[in-house]
Design a protein around this ligand. Sequence first.
Ligand SMILES: C[N+](C)(C)CCCC[C@H](N)C(=O)O
Ligand SMILES: O=C(O)CCC(=O)C(=O)O
Length: 494
Amino acid sequence: MFRQAITRNIRDFSSRIRYPTVNSVSRIAVSKYEQATRSQKHSSALAAVDVYKNITRGVGRQERIKAEYPPLDFSLTDYRGFPLPSVENRMSYDTDAFVIWNMTTDIAERALEVVWKDGHHSKYHFIWLRDHEYSHGTAASITNQRTVDTAKIPLDIAAESIEVTDNGRKVKITWNRHVDGVKVSEFDTKWLRHNCYSHHNEIKRQLRNRPWLWGNDLNKYISNVSVPFEEVMRDDKAVLELLRKVKKFGLAIVSNTPTCKETSQKVVERIGPVRNTIYGGFWETRLLPADDKKNIDSAFSTCALPAHTDGNYWQDPPGIQVFHCLEPDLHGGDTLLVDGFKVAEDLKEIDSDSFNFLCETPVPFQHTDKENHLVSYHTVFGKDADGNVIRFSLNTLDRDVMRLPPSQVLRFYKAWQQLCSIVADPSNEAWLKLMPGQLIIIDNKRVMHGRSEISPRSGRVLVGCYLSHEDFASKLAVLEKKCSKGTSQEDRTA
Ligand SMILES: C[N+](C)(C)CCCC[C@H](N)C(=O)O
Ligand SMILES: O=C(O)CCC(=O)C(=O)O
């Protein structure tokens, strides 16, 4: 059904294009694929891949090289059977991806145009190349810091001559203008390809890094987001796997973690430094008497907590939250998880006006106790320059007094209610009973957590901490490099 519909859809589309080419049709197929995977319509995604393969099948190398859209290889699948567009997953230094096939100069744009042996096109402006020339400075050192004075580079800098050496693996440029006496610069093709800033490469980057959205189906594949404790402690590759899962799903679980605070802390040390806040560093969440000086949040009471992200009253809310239930409550205290990026997609579809409003309107959040009065503003959705949602912030309990311009008040309430009804929609709520041994790592800039009411006599204890997103991303990057040494992974294009 789906398959026929999508094939028809792509055909209709291409018949409306004046000059349907391999490019335009495959571009449509790829965008249908993206749409289908975003909304997780498996059969539509497969159908789009089929169409894509039909278009590109039989197209000779020459034509492929001319193709504007990069040829994608859908032969890999992820664990759910979704085809993955992944030319670069299997690249090594010797693959076509790093070898220059053809080169021309775009005079009007003062840029070098490269066609790579795998068919990918790149454009590098000469000023950009000169700005990133590292062969004469100390920037090749471990810190990667720059030595080029960008302000001195003439805007009309260009190449007097260009030479490809080392079987297409090095580019040597002789400059028409000499900045700081540098006449010739050499670029490694691997570096060039890694840093290609063409539009298709950006699309490929986004495709590769797109998050996996989930709803109440999370339970079905919880084992896919788990990595055993022993492996995490023993092997950097297991930590890498864990962090990749956090990046893709917004959460991961370390299973079989011994149920003690110190061991939980040891797991965290494998990722990065603990963030110290008003709650301390590595904290404990348990039922506290009302007058206990540590009782500064409803988390320390028995009450149910609706899905929320933590720390919105800070300018930089915690990037990662870790918790491990050492002492469960068998009659309550179940964990609720909701994917904020999925909520964004749903709201965009149902009420795009409200979505846009919540992308633009800063909402105040507060935390007040005897020692602290913290206030900060965040839009519910934060976007990158391409319009992708990259941050989600919401806590209905910690919202501060709204003082919007009067003309926006009704619009705000409509948008907020729409948002809250999506967050609380049972199809988006994943409920789990986290048991001792399951240490959960949550991307607090994407995934909300909450809990059901705790039974008053329970001795439930949760230990945990916050980590920064930067430290998480840094660890991931370092492990990606470290664990791929000597294998093809090292050469994945960025
Ligand atoms: C996790 N720990 C118990 C330390 C703090 C809980 C804070 C929850 C709070 N309402 C917020 O959004 O920040
Ligand atoms: O007690 C729980 O399960 C979660 C508590 C919570 O939401 C929090 O600490 O932010």
